[in-house]
Design a protein around this ligand. Sequence first.
Ligand SMILES: [Zn+2]
Length: 74
Amino acid sequence: MSQIEIGRLMCPTCGGESFEANQDRSYVNCETCGREFPGGLEELKELNMPEIEKAARSVAEDKLTKMFKKSFSK
Ligand SMILES: [Zn+2]
């Protein structure tokens, strides 16, 4: 497994942009949340349709907001 550069694709679960893949990219997993994409790069591309991209972004922002709130509430 090695880290791959796949351009603007991002994880639909966490919005992360770092992925690991096997050599032929038939299997990909997200380095950020550990989500696995058994369909590989093709599955990830499919999941990166605009609506999903938007949803993932808002999830990521929501997470960040919660993180900030946590660190300020101490
Ligand atoms: Zn992820």
